[in-house]
Structures are given as structure tokens and as C-alpha cells.
Design a protein. Structure first.
Length: 183
């Protein structure tokens, strides 16, 4: 009995101390492109997106599902993103202007921002380009500043709660069973 309780405690301790990587995560991406090529109508370009995505699954195509545009100081019709899960593309995320729900990269008043290793502890913004209605196309010059902040859920995952409940029920059952044997 003591061995069973000790083993249960060990499994429970390991379960609550290991991170849960199965399922969607939410991250806030704040970026600044300090300098664009000469003639750009806006410089610096700043923006912020909050994205919910599964770091183990490709989005398949550009989507706006799970994306919230917090701020962007350039005019665009709408914004979407595409995520390429590892191991093929090392977790690359691409933000872009979209038109009618489909990718319209480098159309009128459009942009593209590429972030490598988006779900890692060390993501990096590697490419930015902005096009205007007047036909100008402007690339980032120099480093792109990127700050990624995980958005932490305030409640535990349902699986965690159900495992904890099952453990309590099991411990109660064993305790009751032990009392019945002694009586």
C-alpha cells in the first residue's frame, strides 16, 4: 500500500513539474523595424500581434484564425499568418497582409514579416518588406527588434484537473478499501 502511494506521489510530482507541450500556445509578438530603405512613407514600422497556434502543427495556409492585430502603424486591408512547424522549417512564422482571406503578399499597401523559431525561447525576425499603393517597395535595413511574450492561461488545462481528480478518487478508494479490510 505504501509503495503504491509512493509511486502515485512520484508520478503526480513528475506530471505537475514537466511542461505541457501538447496543444496550442498563445504568444504576443511586438516588433519594430527601425529603418526602411530611403523614400519609405513610414519609418520606423511598429506592430504587435497576438497569435494562438499549435507549435507542432503547420497552419497549412495563410489564416487569420487565432490572430489578433493589436497595433500596426502602416495601412493594410487585413492581416494573416502562416506557421511552418519543425522539423522542416524550424518553426517559421510569416505575418502578411491578406486580401479576401487569401495570401496577397506584396500587393497594394502590404507587408511581410518573417520570424524564425517562433515558438522557441530565442525567436528572431529575419525579413521585412513593405509595399505602398504608389508602387514603392521598401525592405528593412539593419536588425529588426522583436519581443515575444507568452500569454499564460489563468486556469490549468482540463487534462491536468482530470488527472488530479482521478488521483484523489483513487487515493480515497484505496483508503476506504483498507478500512473495510481491517473491519
Amino acid at each position: 500500500m505504501k509503495k503504491l502511494l509512493a509511486a502515485s506521489a512520484l508520478v503526480f510530482g513528475a506530471a505537475i513539474s514537466s511542461p505541457a507541450n501538447a496543444g496550442p500556445i498563445t504568444e504576443k509578438f511586438d516588433f519594430t523595424v527601425p529603418t526602411l530603405q530611403a523614400g519609405a512613407p513610414v519609418s520606423p514600422v511598429t506592430g504587435s500581434f497576438t497569435v494562438t497556434f499549435d507549435p507542432l502543427v503547420d497552419t497549412g495556409s495563410f489564416t487569420s484564425t487565432g490572430l489578433t492585430l493589436n497595433s500596426l502603424n502602416i495601412p493594410v486591408s487585413s492581416v494573416g499568418f502562416q506557421y511552418f512547424a519543425p522539423p522542416i522549417n524550424s518553426g517559421t512564422m510569416v505575418f502578411s497582409g491578406t486580401l479576401n482571406g487569401s495570401n496577397d503578399v506584396l500587393g497594394t499597401d502590404d507587408f511581410i514579416l518573417t520570424i524564425l523559431q517562433a515558438a522557441s525561447l530565442t525567436p528572431s525576425a529575419t525579413f521585412f518588406q513593405y509595399t505602398t499603393a504608389a508602387g514603392g517597395s521598401f525592405n528593412a535595413i539593419g536588425a529588426i527588434s522583436l519581443k515575444v511574450t507568452p500569454v499564460v492561461a489563468a486556469v490549468p488545462e482540463p487534462v491536468t484537473l482530470s488527472l488530479f481528480s482521478a488521483g484523489l478518487i483513487g487515493a480515497g478508494y484505496l483508503s476506504r478499501r483498507r478500512k473495510m479490510k481491517t473491519a
